[in-house]
Design a protein around this ligand. Structure first.
Ligand SMILES: [Zn+2]
Ligand SMILES: [Zn+2]
Length: 107
């Protein structure tokens, strides 16, 4: 899945992008957490802690982004709600590009 990593030394945020129109959905902000460490870790220890939390934050943001996007069963791209057509009968749901290719009305 396409994403932009906006994480800083103080926290983590990711923007996931629709693979059709490029529209982004930003995850919430996950603050870097030094709780339990007094004084807060620095240097290598902080770096390792940051990397671990970065991984966790990404996993959480990615699973939340799944609700924002739909995977087109035809082309396999992950697209936003605006680029995805849900049909009334639930069959033939696909992204608007694939709808067009099938000669169907993409609106
Ligand atoms: Zn889109
Ligand atoms: Zn598609």
């Amino acid at each position: 899945m396409q994403y932009v990593d906006l994480s800083t030394p103080d926290g983590f945020r990711f923007v996931f992008r629709c693979e059709r129109c490029g529209d982004g959905a930003a995850s919430e902000w996950y603050a870097f957490n030094t709780a339990g460490y007094s004084p807060p870790p620095s240097g290598k220890a902080r770096e390792l802690l940051w990397l671990r939390q970065h991984k966790e934050a990404y996993a959480r943001a990615e699973s939340e982004a799944r609700y924002e996007f739909n995977v087109c069963p035809v082309c396999g791209r992950r697209v936003c709600g605006g680029c995805y057509r849900v049909t009334d009968d639930g069959r033939g749901d696909m992204c608007r590009d694939c709808l067009k290719q099938e000669g169907r009305n993409p609106c």
